[in-house]
Design a binder for this molecule. Sequence first.
Ligand code: HEM
Length: 196
Amino acid sequence: MSKVTGSGLRRIIDERLLFWALLALPAAVLIALKLGPGLKLNYLYWTGVLSCWLLILAMAVTPLQMLFGPLPWLRVRRRYLGVAAFGYGVLHLVVWVLGKSVADFLNSFVRAEVLPGWIGLAIMLVLAAISFDGAVRRLGPRWKAIQRWVYPAAVLTLVHWVMTTGNMTTVVLSSAPLAALSLWRLGRGGGRLRRG
Ligand code: HEM
């Protein structure tokens, strides 16, 4: 009986659609609140922060594997985290664009605090576009090299976040774990993943 329950639970945890549903849930809630009761909420803030958190999580997978050994469940889902980070970035852009004039839109490309956001999102678009299995197979070793563009994308979005925020505590608390993991990784000279 407990065996059946255990394997049932395992199947639920491994269900990729469920993982996608979890990633999409905050977006669904934000959209429902905006379109439904029209609740006053800082939608620009929450879509931006969710995008940053997902990007941070995706980037933490490799150093976490170096620390704890192979984490196959998380490794398989790293691409989904990256695509979801891009999705929330797009939602953030949509929220911002709504109600903006063409002049505001064009002006955003010369605003020092917004331009890094644009470039970061453009890089994330390329990475998300080649995230499906067919592209991974077709690009071969080049796929990994292209994925390294996630680092400049992360730095640019961090610059954008720092320059637009009025609350540095959230920026520091959100970024500190990945910064610590990255410093530790650099300290051991990059290095290979630990075998289980
Ligand atoms: C695509 C181009 C982008 C535009 C036009 C844009 C625009 C903006 C603007 C105008 C703000 C300031 C909001 C305010 O004054 O309250 C802002 C804040 C923010 N953006 Fe972006 N953004 C872009 C891309 C991104 C991306 C890709 C990310 C994350 C990966 C991001 C994350 C954030 C965060 C976290 C904040 C909130 C800062 C805070 O109040 O703490 N943005 N964005």
